[in-house]
Ligand binder design. Structure first.
Ligand code: IPM
Ligand code: MG
Length: 339
């Protein structure tokens, strides 16, 4: 039996880093069958549809999705809406897990190991917006059910991973209704997990503390946009946005992707950092039950990055995407595959 993996190559540097991730996966013997889907902005320009119902059905039938970044223009351009967000909502992958771990030798902070759990389907990214006479309104939708699900997810993850603390990040002093509900639900949920410390911090203070004292965090749980912003900030602590992968998890589906964007400025130059994409692929291995394989990939990445000469330009190095991928492959084969 083979696991069906939907593959979205994405835009910008997407195809280059996806290529690396698939090459790493193919180095291992995994029962994966890849189904490539052509979705996104380019598809929309060509056909008027960024993702079809047929594509969505395939995504839903697959055992997991491996996804590179997709481009979304910031201009109001013909109401094009983000395919990434559409997929997250449609597959109801409500928990976006972003592990922020420093790699020895390259990260400005040592020993940092925190997990950001971001609510992934509502909040300010609800997609509900309208114009009013003097401007525009975006609805920040927060439901009790989603708060319960994401807070439970964070505490269960903390238990599973042997973590000591979950920090709820909010702005309930100002956003009394929406963040208020999130905060209240967090503390209600916390009662069921007496062995885990439950702490809260305001989002602005969290942004500050992440720079001043990042090791004070363990697991962070927060709403959609705060999680989006804080995870980019936290990624800077690892040395590069290009190093972080993520999992989007729901009851029925799961999507694995790097947290960065399409990086159009370096697209097609072959110099993008593939690690975030490779980390995402490694998390997919864990999710599908191939824990040893996931672990081997991450160990090989860590091993390769230890050497300052093995870095892509985002980390001040000179290696290109292919060369770095080959180094990881070499370590994977020599250290973990040849018995
Ligand atoms: C991310 C990205 C996405 C988001 C964009 C591409 C829609 O920034 O995964 O963090 O806002 O969630
Ligand atoms: Mg983001």
């Amino acid at each position: 039996m083979k696991y069906k993996i939907a593959v979205i190559e994405g835009d910008g540097v997407g195809p280059e880093i996806m290529n690396s991730a698939l090459e790493i996966l193919n180095t291992l013997t995994l029962p994966f069958e890849y189904i490539k889907l052509d979705v996104g902005y380019k598809k929309w320009m060509e056909t008027g549809e960024a993702i079809s119902q047929g594509d969505m059905d395939i995504l839903k039938k697959c055992d997991a999705t491996l996804k590179a970044p997709l481009y979304t223009p910031s201009s109001k351009e013909k109401n094009f809406s983000s395919v990434t967000l559409t997929i997250r909502k449609e597959l109801d992958v409500y928990a976006n897990i972003r592990p922020i771990k420093t790699f020895p030798g390259i990260s400005p902070f040592t020993g940092l190991d925190l997990i950001i759990v971001r609510e992934n389907t509502e909040g300010l990214y609800s997609g509900v917006e309208h114009s009013v006479n003097n401007g525009a309104v975006t609805e920040r939708i927060i439901t009790k059910a989603s708060c319960e699900k994401i807070c439970k997810y964070a505490f269960n993850l903390a238990l599973k991973e042997g973590r000591r603390k979950v920090t709820c990040v909010h702005k309930a002093n100002i956003l009394k209704k929406t963040c208020g509900l999130f905060r209240e639900t967090f503390f209600e949920t916390a009662k069921d997990y007496p062995s885990i410390e439950a702490e809260e911090t305001l989002v602005d203070a969290c942004a500050y503390k992440l720079i001043r004292n990042p090791s004070s965090f363990d697991v962070i749980v927060t709403t959609n946009m705060f999680g989006d912003i804080l995870s980019d900030e936290a990624a800077a602590l690892t040395g590069s946005l290009g190093l972080v992968g993520s999992c989007n998890i729901g009851e029925k589906h799961a999507v694995f992707e790097p947290i960065h964007g399409t990086a159009p400025d370096i697209a097609n130059e072959g110099v993008a950092n593939p690690i975030g994409m490779i980390m995402a692929a490694s998390y997919m291995c864990n999710f599908l039950g191939f824990k040893n394989e996931g672990e081997k990939i991450r160990k090989s990445v860590t091993e390769v990055l230890k050497e300052k000469k093995n870095l892509t330009p985002d980390l001040g190095g000179k290696l290109n995407t292919k060369q770095l991928t080959n180094k990881i492959k070499e370590v994977l084969i020599q250290k973990y595959l040849i018995q």
